[in-house]
Design a protein around this ligand. Structure first.
Ligand SMILES: Nc1ncnc2c1ncn2[C@@H]1O[C@H](COP(=O)(O)OP(=O)(O)O[C@H]2O[C@H](CO)[C@@H](O)[C@H](O)[C@H]2O)[C@@H](O)[C@H]1O
Length: 746
């Protein structure tokens, strides 16, 4: 629908009905649109940005003759919008001043009593520089009114949800305190809610005393929260708190975000998904969003506490109880869903047969959707207003489907959106059509899951249903976004991805610069390893290299290049190409260290190579985070001959540690490794254009020659790699754009 917002602004909204993208162009009265909770009656900065994007998207998909007039008027609209944007930017500045004044008022409340509040100040960075100066009091107060409306809507939703939950079942002791807190919160003066960010802090402050008296559990949570915020303040890139919280970088886009994933580092990790689930939420929280991660509770995690809430869900006719464990770390609420079917799977989280996994994921998604209703974090449930779920890969692709089928189709969670992230399309949750019986959905939903391909015939496909139902789709690099639309790269889902191109976008992953940082890496503090920085790169890396050689029993030699590989041993990662190249490698003076688990035949191959070339090769079969860090620090070169690679994190980690990547130019590897150019001394590594052993050898040969003969060039490559900003902050900003787009999508 096209909404006409006053005289000079327009917003396009996508109308998704019956799961099909059917853009309709209508004009609507702004008040009626906003009364449905879009933005509280006033166009804000986020809406303006949304409009540009959506105009672009529609222009691309529907740019036929009949749209010519519309294009012309689009120009007008764009110009008008630019003018409007300038005004809005000026208004933002005014708003920030108002927020600062209100913060003074808020800070008069003792923040020591507020679980989780202490970390906020040190986590936020100032966004003021990006705002242009100027003011317009009248409009500014309107913008503020808009934010108040959003905040009010949130309060309403939280209260409504809480009431809903109370109706559904009796809460434990801690819930009683929380309900009291809600009553207190009703008394918050509307005038004090100048943004949802401020409102969120207020919620926590106003509830603090009731939480403390009602539950010892929350006292523990608070202590943990305090110690974690101390930890956070040790981070080098943290902004010092001056006693006042700076405004959130996200500005008025601040949202409630719940990332849902089958694994989350450091508690559970089999690969890159775990890293992303552990790191992206922290970067989103640094921008000022209220962020939660929901993952299964596979083992006993020292940091988490049982919050005493119990719920029951039916999966394939079987009644299952779940409980919730919680921790607040680095500004993020981590919630783990506990059930007997998740327990003791920490080293085999995708173990069991197809139906076992399906039942686990169905239960996980059903429980995860309701976490914002049932799990009080810092004493306050997130509620379902201004909320976006970020689901990841097929394991949680049922979440967008449940959100629609159980809730939105029934008038619930109307302001909740879902984004589905594709980390790896090769795993889709496929099975026979009868698997539909395990997901407990109305019969008319079966078509969403039905897929046909020449190999498997007609089958059930969970990823397909999630992609169709999610409000937005993201994948983890631009290169992979392109590949997913091709027959070769889409693995049968390219048709669905192409049909949904309008809601699809690539965002390159980042690096957790606290975890993967040679300056602070905890795994480099013993056994002869050392921390190092760009300034101490050469000496630090030399020491780590010697420590690595010593630890693995290889000859300790500074002049021999160490080539490394870390990753799953499977077809995707191209381990067989390395195997093909090993005789050639062994004819040169190199050392090769490989760390991985996966296919038994490839594991056996690693062991065999180590036996055959004991003075040159180490093949470590196993999953060792410590060794992954130490190899990344001590090696000179990282090989990634992946056949496909949605993003790839190891090459990013390598570059952060001054280790030079040699990669197959595919997916995210092509996006992130700019090839070395000796003529202008640019680039950060080597790439080869086909997943073939001879291509790999050619690139590796150039790399090794540079290492041996052009030391200055080599050091330049290392330094450029290390100097890049590979942090999650950039990606988090782009995710925010997607989340805002989803929020305003109707
Ligand atoms: N044996 C071992 N011991 C210790 N650590 C090990 C290990 N094997 C792998 N790891 C670690 O697991 C992670 C692997 O991440 P990747 O991004 O390279 O691959 P993965 O294919 O799992 O992820 C998918 O999702 C991510 C995240 O989006 C995408 O980057 C990627 O392209 C996509 O295939 C790294 O942190 C690595 O160090």
């Amino acid at each position: 629908m096209m909404l006409s917002l006053g005289s000079d602004t327009t917003v396009l909204l996508y109308h998704t009905k019956n799961l099909k993208f059917t853009p309709k162009i209508n004009t609507l009265n702004v008040d009626s649109a906003f009364s449905r909770g879009l933005s509280g009656g006033r166009l804000n900065y986020g809406s303006v940005r949304l409009k540009h994007k959506q105009l672009g998207a529609v222009g691309k998909s529907f740019g036929t003759d009949e749209n010519e007039d519309e294009e012309k008027s689009d120009d007008d609209v764009v110009n008008a919008t630019i003018e409007k944007s300038k005004k809005v930017l000026a208004l933002q500045r005014e708003l920030i001043q108002q927020i600062a004044e209100r913060k003074k008022l808020v800070s008069s409340i003792d923040s020591d009593n507020v679980p989780g509040l202490e970390g906020n100040g040190s986590s936020y960075e100032s966004g003021e520089e990006s705002l242009s100066s100027g003011s317009n009091t009248q409009e500014s107060s309107s913008t503020s009114a808009s934010n108040n409306a959003v905040a009010n809507q949130n309060v309403g939703n939280v209260l409504r949800n809480n009431a809903y939950s109370r109706e559904k079942e009796t809460r434990d002791d801690s819930s009683v305190g929380i309900n009291q807190g809600f009553d207190e919160r009703k008394n918050i003066n509307d005038a004090e809610r100048s943004s949802s960010w401020l409102h969120f802090n207020e919620q926590r402050k106003n509830l603090a005393s009731s939480i403390q008296t009602s539950s010892l559990k929350f006292e523990n949570l608070q202590r943990e929260s305090k110690s974690n915020s101390k930890e956070v303040s040790n981070e080098p890139d943290n902004v010092e708190s001056d006693g006042e919280n700076p405004p959130p970088l996200a500005g008025t886009n601040v949202m409630n975000i719940i990332l849902v994933a089958a694994e989350c580092a450091p508690w559970s990790k089999t690969g890159g998904l775990g890293d992303v689930a552990g790191a992206l939420p922290k970067a989103l929280a640094r921008r000022g969003h209220r962020v939660m991660v929901v993952a299964p509770h596979y083992g006993d995690y020292a940091e988490t506490q049982d919050i005493g809430v119990r719920k029951r869900y039916k999966v394939a006719g079987q009644d299952m109880e779940v409980t919730y464990f919680q921790a607040y770390i680095d500004g993020v609420d981590f919630v783990f869903i506990d059930s007997p079917i998740f327990r003791h799977l920490e080293s085999n989280i995708y173990g069991g047969n197809r139906v076992d996994i399906l039942r686990r994921m169905a239960l996980f998604c059903k429980a995860a959707v309701e976490v914002p209703w049932h799990v009080p974090c810092g004493g306050v449930c997130y509620g379902d207003g201004n909320l976006v779920f970020i689901a990841n890969d097929w394991h949680t692709a049922l979440l967008p489907v449940y959100l629609k089928a159980y809730y939105r189709d029934n008038g619930l969670m109307n302001y909740t959106r879902s984004v589905l992230v594709i980390h790896n399309i090769a795993h889709q949750g496929r099975g026979p059509l009868e698997d539909f019986n395990y997901v407990d959905l109305p019969g008319n939903y079966v078509d969403l899951f039905k897929m046909y391909d020449p190999v498997g015939g007609e089958h059930f496909n969970i990823f397909a249903a999630g992609l169709k139902t999610a409000d937005r789709i993201v994948t983890v690099s631009h290169g992979y976004a392109w590949e997913l639309k091709t027959t070769e790269g889409g693995w049968g889902l390219h048709g669905i991805i192409n049909e949904n191109d309008w809601k699809f976008r690539g965002i390159v992953n980042g690096v957790d610069t606290k975890d993967w940082n040679p300056q602070f890496d905890v795994h480099l503090k013993s056994d002869g390893y050392t921390n190092y920085t760009l300034a101490t790169l050469q000496t630090g890396k030399r020491q780590c290299k010697a420590a690595l050689q010593k630890e693995l029993g290889l000859p300790v030699r500074e002049d021999v290049p160490i080539i490394s590989f870390i990753g799953r041993l499977d077809q995707q990662k191209g381990v067989d190409l390395i195997a093909e190249a090993i005789p050639w490698m062994m004819s040169h003076d190199v050392q090769l260290i490989m760390l991985g688990t996966g296919r038994p035949d490839l594991e056996q191959m690693l062991r065999q190579f180590e036996c055959q070339h004991h003075d040159k090769i180490r093949g470590w079969v196993g999953f060792s985070v410590k060794m992954a860090h130490r190899i990344t620090a001590g090696a000179d070169i990282l090989l990634m001959p992946s056949r496909f690679e949605p993003c790839g994190l190891n090459q990013l980690y390598a570059m952060n540690y001054g280790t030079v990547p040699v990669v197959h130019a595919v997916g995210g590897l092509r996006d992130t490794v700019q090839p070395f150019n000796p003529f202008d001394e640019s680039g950060v590594g080597w790439t080869f254009d086909r997943a073939e052993a001879n291509k790999l050898m050619a690139a590796l040969w150039n790399c090794i020659s540079t290492y041996r003969e052009y030391k200055k060039s080599w050091e330049g490559i290392q330094q450029r790699g290390m100097s890049q900003d590979l942090s999650w902050d950039n990606a988090a900003q782009q995710y925010e754009e997607v989340l805002v787009a989803a929020k305003y999508q109707w």
